[in-house]
Design a protein around this ligand. Structure first.
Ligand SMILES: NC(=O)c1ccc[n+]([C@@H]2O[C@H](COP(=O)([O-])OP(=O)(O)OC[C@H]3O[C@@H](n4cnc5c(N)ncnc54)[C@H](O)[C@@H]3O)[C@@H](O)[C@H]2O)c1
Length: 378
């Protein structure tokens, strides 16, 4: 019989739902030593939190996250709030000895991330950051192929994450649903929100980034703030592009924007090695595109692998070959991997330490965009 891991959820928005779904479904499909129990949810608006708790099956509601992180009936705290609250909650949860699952980006900046890392490592608590794209089977499969050495020497890594939802100049900033446009809540714009995902995947697949040169743009300079009602300067980056060197000698090219009309969430990456190239696209997430130079010359071409077979990562836990799974399953997989690591008292990746490295690249990108210089990543 699996032991309970009692979850204290903070925030009931997009990620509050995605994670709750992961906790609820994981034990139906994975054999685990621990099973998540939806114990309590904390949010400032208790009436709304109660609606969320009733829908998802949380046992109780707290009006203040501080009470939740101190509660005796909670084993793990899940931080699903805007970015400016991650550090305070994580540091407090660590003091109370809770396991911590924190949404990305880890922190508002490297200095804050370092404080978080010091706190959780001092407390010795299990920790993980929700860079969930690693757990999409086609992405995990790409990792397995790269780690096998089949690509040979790597020359290029490129990634983009394109959206179009902030083009309207009359869209307000700040407050519910629009905190991503307010630098005080988000820290940065597309760099921390979208490129952070691309960077995490890149570091995982292709290793460390040594230096970067970047440009950012804020296309709409002022927006009404939902909380103050005043027109205020927009301080986030609406778009960001950067070049980088990887430690393995390959070159990186990254782009993200919320102004690419027609694109909703087009996260793509491509890696080019001397023997093989791989390509992936979030809009077609169960496929991995592979070009293998070892194929006979007259048979060479890009092939599209439908990553749904039982010998593909995670897929033996789901249906039968040929039947696809989706975005939400990346969270189920991340919960499963966390619980396995938790039971074995091993790190669950990406840990806070891993995520701090992504934060270092983000900070270097923003510093380079400001200085117009190449910046080394610490
Ligand atoms: N892993 C991913 O793919 C992914 C996707 C989306 C968002 N995120 C990250 O998840 C986090 C949350 O984003 P979201 O899209 O769920 O946002 P959201 O706006 O949908 O939800 C945020 C929640 O935080 C709550 N909140 C705000 N201040 C609070 C406080 N003081 N105390 C308690 N609760 C508070 C809000 O009420 C809301 O329920 C962010 O850090 C974001 O970057 C990650």
């Amino acid at each position: 019989m699996a032991k309970p891991l009692r979850i204290g959820m903070i925030g009931y928005g997009f990620m509050g739902r995605a994670h709750s779904n992961g906790y609820k479904r994981v034990s139906d499909f994975f054999d685990l030593d621990y099973t998540p129990v939806l114990q309590a949810v904390a949010a400032r608006d208790t009436a709304k939190a109660q609606v969320f708790a009733d829908r998802w099956g949380y046992k109780r509601v707290e009006s203040d996250w501080r009470k939740l992180v101190a509660a005796d009936d909670i084993d793990a705290i899940d931080i699903c709030t805007p970015n400016n609250l991650h550090a305070e909650i994580a540091i407090e949860a660590a003091k109370h000895g809770k396991a911590i699952l924190c949404e990305k980006p880890l922190a508002m900046d490297v200095a804050e991330g370092e404080r978080m890392l010091a706190a959780i490592e001092k407390a010795g608590v299990p920790n993980m950051v929700w860079y969930n794209y690693r757990r999409i089977p086609a992405v995990t499969f790409a990792k397995q192929i790269i780690d096998s050495g089949k690509l040979g020497r790597i020359f290029h890594y490129r990634a983009e994450f394109l959206q179009d939802w902030t083009i309207a100049a009359d869209l307000p900033q700040g407050g519910a649903a629009l905190w991503r446009l307010d630098a005080k809540a988000a820290g940065s714009g597309v760099t921390g929100d979208l490129l952070a995902h691309c960077i995490d995947t890149a570091l995982w697949l292709n290793g460390a980034v040594t230096n970067v040169t970047a440009m950012t743009e804020t296309f709409v300079k002022e927006r009404t703030h939902q909380l103050t009602g005043k027109i205020e300067p927009v301080e986030i980056d609406d778009a960001c592009s950067f070049l980088c060197h990887f430690k393995n000698g390959s070159l990186g090219l990254f782009e993200s924007t919320r102004y690419a009309r027609g694109h909703k969430a087009l996260y793509t990456f491509e890696i080019n090695g001397e023997n093989m190239s791989l390509k992936w696209d979030l809009h077609d997430l169960h496929r991995l595109q592979v070009f293998d130079y070892a194929d006979a010359g007259n048979m060479r071409g890009w092939k599209s692998i439908h990553v749904t077979d039982g010998d593909h990562p995670y897929m033996d836990k789901w249906w039968v070959p040929g039947l696809a799974i989706g975005y939400e399953h990346s969270f189920v997989h991340q919960v499963a991997d966390f619980l396995v690591a938790f039971a074995k008292k091993q790190p669950a990746h990406p840990t806070f330490r891993d995520a701090l490295q992504t934060q270092r690249v983000c900070d270097a990108v923003l510093a380079s965009a400001k200085s117009h210089q190449w910046v080394d990543v610490g």
